[in-house]
Ligand binder design. Structure first.
Ligand code: DGJ
Length: 423
């Protein structure tokens, strides 16, 4: 079974980076369908909601843009589209997609509703989600479907709305402001209780996310502390969705944002949720795991200690390897930023001029507010052969700000490579 590899770019079955962020997942007809923000590497402008499918929550197949950029309207040009979530209506059989739509200043929030007869789309926007005769003006959102089929829309600050059976409107607001200051809401039910996960508001930066619980979606909601060990910033991630597996286990799906190079370098953190003793938690970070718990990792073939640290554009290290895959291990930290990884092979000897062929190149983010030693990149499968891997500093030092002007981003542009591994 293909492993879920946290904190590294994933490659789909076409060898392209899985580009899905702020995700939601739907199980349908024996497959998982992943919906996410299809990002770019420069601007925070809506570029579509992507759809991927898989049978094992890894090894994703790109199904296309479930909802592409629109020619006008709430997801038209120069708009923001975030956190797509899909539910299926029990009465119409339609698949219904919800997402946060906004202007570039996040000053025009709406929740859009779009429908499709097919789970992979194309989804057609039917309009803004209405509440009490007016468009619901909310930013971050999530969805939750209860065991009895009742579905809810969750929003920042902890507002919870019960959705109609056709999933196109709101029947009732069942809770208000149960998580003040919280965003990126996710909910699940386990152990006779309902659990709400929210992050604090730190823009694209990570923080220690919070847990609340209640006997019903309408409450009363009780704060239960932090989701992950304090100071790990939820293992350098922000909650997005909780997926319930058929065997009753719950999987935390989180984002490890990487502004501005979100398409290339923003990664996923997916972890099994522990819910016992009345506590929902992510006690430990797993670099790699599989949902059937079968360890399927091939043994390490070579491990080359490198000890490379550089921050100026173009400074690089090269390591030759033979095999069909390669991994880069290093330490992320606040003074780190983007690195360029290239896999090269020598051009045919009779080439004129002799040279090298770049087999693949990938921007990878070494930034994290909380330092974390681990695997920074895993190559997609390569044809067995002789290669060189080249890792270069880019010298970039991005920054971004919250509405109140708070600055975020790395304090340097270091790239740190400890080891190159082949299996
Ligand atoms: C935090 C939110 O959770 C994200 O969805 C996104 O809106 C960023 N803020 C933008 O800074």
């Amino acid at each position: 079974m293909t492993a879920i590899r946290n904190g590294v770019p994933w490659y789909d079955t076409d060898g392209e980076v899985v580009n899905a962020h702020g995700v939601g997942v739907v199980a349908h007809d024996g497959r998982f369908y992943l919906f996410g923000e299809f990002k770019t590497d420069d601007r925070n402008v809506f570029a579509g909601f992507s759809c991927y499918s898989s049978t094992e929550l890894a090894g994703w197949t790109f199904e296309g843009l479930a909802l592409p950029p629109q020619v006008d309207g709430l997801l038209g040009p120069d708009r923001v589209g975030e956190r797509p979530k899909v539910l299926r209506s029990p009465v119409t059989g339609e698949f219904v997609l919800y997402a946060h739509a906004d202007d570039l200043a996040y000053a025009d929030p709406h929740i859009i509703v779009a429908t499709s007869a097919s789970v992979t789309g194309p989804y057609v926007i039917v309009g803004p989600l209405m509440f009490e005769g007016r468009a619901l003006r909310r930013w971050d959102m999530g969805t939750f479907e209860d065991d009895d089929g009742t579905a809810y829309l969750l929003t920042h600050e902890g507002d919870i709305f019960r959705l109609s059976d056709d999933r196109l409107t709101i029947d009732e607001q069942v809770a208000a402001a149960v998580a003040p200051g919280g965003e990126s809401p996710a909910m699940f039910r386990s152990g006779g209780a309902y659990w709400l996960l929210v992050s604090n508001k730190t823009s694209w930066e990570r923080n220690d996310n919070l847990v609340l619980s209640a006997p019903s979606p309408s409450g009363p909601w009780t704060p239960r502390g932090l989701l992950a060990p304090e100071g790990t910033l939820t293992h350098n991630s922000q909650c997005s969705f909780v997926l319930r597996l058929a065997d009753g286990r719950h999987i935390y799906l989180g984002d490890r944002w990487s502004f501005p190079r979100q398409a290339s370098a923003a990664t996923q953190v997916w972890l099994p949720l522990n819910v016992d003793g009345g506590v929902a938690a992510l006690p430990e970070y797993l670099e790699a795991w599989t949902i059937d718990r079968e360890e399927t990792f091939r043994p390490v073939r070579t491990r080359t200690d490198v000890g490379f640290r550089a921050s100026r554009e173009g400074e690089h290290v090269e390591v030759a390897f033979t095999g069909d895959g390669v991994e880069v291990v290093g330490r992320s930290a606040p003074d780190c930023s983007y690195g360029l990884i290239e896999v090269l092979r020598d051009a045919p000897r009779d080439d004129v001029p002799p040279g090298e062929v770049i087999v693949l190149s990938q921007i990878v983010d070494w930034y994290s507010l909380v330092p974390q030693r681990g695997t920074r990149w895993v190559s997609p499968p390569l044809p067995a052969g002789d290669y060189r891997i080249r890792i270069s500093a880019t010298g970039e030092r991005p920054e971004w700000r919250k509405k109140d002007g708070t600055r975020f981003g790395p304090t340097g542009s270091l790239v740190d490579v400890e080891t190159i591994v082949t299996r």
